[in-house]
Design a protein around this ligand. Sequence first.
Ligand code: AHG
Ligand code: MN
Ligand code: MN
Ligand code: MN
Length: 324
Amino acid sequence: MQLLSQFLKHQKTDEQLVELIDTLMVACKEIALQLREGALAGILGTTDNTNVQGETQKKLDVISNDVLKKLLLDNPLVAGLASEEEDDPVPGNPDGRFLVTFDPLDGSSNIDINVSVGTIFSVLELTPGDDPALHSTYLQSGRRQVAAGYVLYGPSAVLAMTTGKGVNFFTLAHTGDFILTRENVKIPPQTREFAINMSNQRYWEPAMQNYIGDLLLGSDGPRGKNYNMRWIASMVAEVHRVLTRGGIFSYPWDAREPAKPGKLRLMYEGNPMSFLIEQADGIASTCRAPILDVQPGEIHERVSIALGSREEVEALLSYHSADK
Ligand code: AHG
Ligand code: MN
Ligand code: MN
Ligand code: MN
C-alpha cells in the first residue's frame, strides 16, 4: 500500500506542490465528513443566496467553499484562489507561489437526493509581479496547470489527480490516508457509452444533433454498434466513469443561452478535467479546439465540452468539421 505523499515523492513531485496537495486533501477530508453527516447536521437544502453563476447556493456549496478557502488561505504557499462560489478572486499570501481554482461542490443538484458529488481543483503558478487580487492574474490557459484533480464523494471517496506525469487514483481509507488504488490510468480508445443531457437535444447545433442521432441508431446506423447512455448530473462522477472504463461525456453549446458556449465553467471544471483526460490518453475538446488551448477571458467563463475515449471524440469532431 502506497500513501499519496509517498507516491508523490516517488514521482519526484515538487515538494511545495506536495505540501499544497496535502492542504487540498485535508479540506476534502473535512468536506467528506460533513457530507457523511448530511441531514443529521442540518446541512442539506439551499441558502437564500444566489452565486455569480445565477444558481441558488446549496448550504453545502457554501460550507465546502468555506472549508477550502480557510485551509488554503492558511497555507503561505497560496498566493490566491478563485472559486465557483466567489464572485471575485481571493488574494492570499502576496509572496505565495500557487493559484488554486476550484469547484468546491460539483453536482450540487444531487446533494439532497444523496447521489455522488465531488470537489474539483486546478493549480496554477503566480506569474511574478502579478496581483492575486486581480482577475487577470488567473486567466492562464489550461496548459499552464501544474496539477489538477477531483475527489469524488461516492460509495468510497476517491482522489483522481495528475501533476503532468499521468493519472492516478487514491482511495480514502478509514485511517484518513489517501491510498494509491490505481496507477497510470488510461482511457480505452473506444466505447459504447455516452453521457449527455438529452432533454436539451432541440437546442444543440446540428452537428451535435446528427452525431447523437447516429449513436441512437445503434448497429443499424453509421456508428455500427449499439450504445448505452448515462447521465448522473455530477460532472465528477461522469468523468470518473470515463477515466475508469471509457465513454464520451458532453455538455455542448445550446441555444438556451446562445451567447454562452455551454453550462460548464472553464477554469474549475473544463480545464482540470481536460488535463486529467489528456494525461489518460483521451481527448477533451470544445468541439472545435482542445479545451486546454482556450485562452480565458474571465474567471467564470463557460466552455462547451466533449471529452473521453479518443476514437469516439474524434468521430464527434468529424461531424463538426464536416459541418464547418
Ligand atoms: P455544479 O453543481 O458545480 O454547479 O455543477 C453542475 C454541473 C455538472 O456537475 C453537471 O455535469 C451538470 O451541471 C449537470 O447539468 P444539468 O443539471 O443541466 O444536467
Ligand atoms: Mn453550482
Ligand atoms: Mn460543477
Ligand atoms: Mn459547484
